[in-house]
Design a protein around this ligand. Structure first.
Ligand code: N01
Length: 534
């Protein structure tokens, strides 16, 4: 028998699910969330690899819904560590008593909409079922860790790890011969820490990434006090920016209008400041014009070559196959200097792909290596992976896996036509992953809450994205992406890291400012593009 005590069921107890609980409870709704981990925190609960921290500054990366929470919490560093962000999530859970509405250690396996009753029934891996009128997917965009399907995976006798499933007791690599496969954000953050412990470290790089200095440092309390005194205005101003982060004056000039000397000075200043938004804000057209972008690429190549002493390694570390900023920029502390350490080696896994894992290590097309431990920093089945693991369907015969077989289709990243009463937080087709994620979570959830309130006051019980509105939105998302350089990169934004995944540009890169305006308009026009009915 399904438990029918609830108004809304929520998948996920990360930062999205947590805010959903708080918001809906405030509207008098009965909610239940399901979380696979044993506590809150989502991404920050699972990704405990050494060096893990956020690449958005800690004063920005936090909830805005409670001004007192903003004032009471204090961050230790310019960029929050995984440990402190997890502490923050736990603090929020305690402060707002969120855990009482979360069932932990539980995965949702199936979600079925009853087209006649207008209810969702969620079935968990614990064999329980829950039924409610609405369902909110807050399952995360980078929550399905992926280890490539290397032959021989089971044969390896040493230890294997994935950054997204890191052991909670930590790992001591002292004295070990370690391999790291992958040089995205996770690999780059972790590699300097492992290099400090391991006997030898071999990094398998398939694609060189653009890596900028984070310039992390302990929190300057004067900066923090000023920021806190301006929080309300800054939170509002953030919605007027492309990435949902205020405080960076937008560029006014094309890179091609500047002289080489001016460009050099501008890029150098940004390099010293640290951070990715600041660097991309050097000029107006870095993400729009290849020639403009090339000027920044050339600057970063020179930087790499000035840090890494071995010319062959330095050359290999210079990204050449995608424009800067079209894959998620990586922020580092001590990454490039690692390759000057005698016990660290970089292997070109593009020229010599990994063929198989062996009993004692791995074999590429060129050589065989022996390791005590292999770390997969190989990323996630991004944006659609978490929902693909749930059997989402309706009694009218719609199956989400089938609908999304050619890539995700959504209206505003919020709903999928044919799947009434199911909302997604920071879904594909929204700027979520291209923005300050917590701001996105709050904006999406506030929109959903507004919609539910509207429905309540109009005695409506069913809401669904209109198929034509969905088609138009997907077209718009693609047009915007195609007007930028983003599609030129083989990134997880297009699913390129998952063999066989359809190549579709998934996030909306028109900016938080444009997206927010559009959502506000939709709400003001009685949820235009959504079909609401009794
Ligand atoms: O994953 P990735 P990630 N052989 O997909 C390589 C967020 N995040 O966990 O590029 C060899 O970026 C793959 O190579 P290629 C952030 O949004 C944020 O690092 O596909 N290599 C790539 O180098 C980030 O973008 C933070 O050619 C293989 C790597 O594995 C997102 O999470 C910190 C391979 C995967 O990189 C994902 O980052 C961490 C193979 N068979 C993560 N298969 C911060 O806030 C894959 N690779 C700082």
């Amino acid at each position: 028998m399904a438990n029918t005590d609830y108004d809304v069921l929520i998948v996920g107890g990360g930062l999205g699910g947590m805010y959903a609980i708080h918001k809906l409870r405030g509207m008098g709704m009965k909610v239940r969330a399901f979380e696979a981990g044993y506590d809150v925190g989502g991404t920050w609960f699972w990704n405990r690899y050494p060096g893990c921290r956020c690449d958005v500054e800690s004063l920005e990366y936090s909830y805005s819904f409670d001004p007192k929470l903003e004032q009471d919490w204090s961050w230790e560093e310019r960029y929050g560590t995984q440990a402190q962000i997890l502490e923050y999530a736990k603090h929020v859970a305690d402060r707002f008593d969120l855990r009482k509405d979360i069932t932990f250690n539980t995965r949702v396996k199936a979600a079925v909409f009853d087209d006649k009753a207008n209810t969702w029934t969620l079935t968990t891996d614990q064999g329980e079922s829950f039924t409610a009128p609405y369902c909110i997917m807050a399952a995360g965009n980078l929550s399905t860790p992926r280890v490539p399907d290397f032959p021989g995976l089971k044969n390896f006798k040493g230890k294997t790890y994935h950054t997204g499933l890191w052991p909670h007791e930590g790992v001591d690599f002292s004295g070990l011969r370690v391999a790291v496969i992958g040089t995205g954000s996770s690999g780059v953050q972790m590699i300097p820490h492992i290099a400090r412990q391991a006997k030898t470290l071999t990094v398998f790089q398939r694609t060189a990434n653009f890596i900028l200095p984070a310039e992390n440092r302990p929190m300057d309390r004067a900066v923090e006090a000023k920021h806190k005194s301006e929080y309300r205005d800054r939170r509002v101003a953030a919605f007027d920016t492309p990435f949902g982060i205020a405080g960076y004056p937008p560029p006014t000039k094309s890179a091609l209008e500047a002289t080489p000397e001016e460009r050099e000075a501008a890029y150098e200043k940004k390099w010293q400041e640290g951070g990715s938004i600041s660097f991309l804000y050097s000029y107006t057209d870095l993400l729009l014009n290849k020639e403009a972008n090339d000027t920044a690429v050339e600057f970063v190549h020179r930087k790499i070559k000035s840090i890494v002493k071995d010319p062959e390694t330095a050359e290999l570390l210079c990204p050449k196959d995608h424009p800067i900023g079209t894959k998620r920029l990586v922020l580092d502390t001590d990454y490039y200097p690692v390759f000057n350490m005698p016990h660290v080696k970089l292997v070109n896994a593009r020229k010599a792909p990994i063929q198989e894992l062996t009993e004692h290590g791995l074999r590429t097309t060129e050589a065989e290596y022996e390791f005590d431990a292999i770390v997969f920093a190989t990323g996630f089945d991004a944006m659609t992976g978490a929902l693909a693991e749930i059997d989402v369907r309706t009694t009218a015969g719609n199956v989400l896996k089938e609908k999304w077989a050619g890539g995700p289709l959504t209206y505003l990243g919020r709903m999928v036509s044919g799947f009434p009463n199911m909302f997604i937080i920071t879904g594909p087709g929204s700027p979520g992953v291209k923005s300050q994620m917590i701001l996105a979570i709050e904006q999406h959830m506030d929109f959903i809450a507004g919609c539910l309130q509207h429905m309540q006051s109009h005695q409506q019980r069913r809401v669904e994205a209109d198929a034509a509105a969905e088609r138009d939105w997907v077209r718009h998302v693609n047009e915007v992406a195609d007007s930028t350089l983003y599609p030129l990169a083989n990134s997880w934004y297009v699913g390129a890291n998952i063999p066989g995944k359809p190549r579709v540009f998934m996030p909306y890169v028109g900016g938080v400012h444009n997206y927010k305006k559009r959502c506000d308009q939709v709400a003001a026009n009685n949820y235009e593009g959504f079909k609401l009915s009794a």
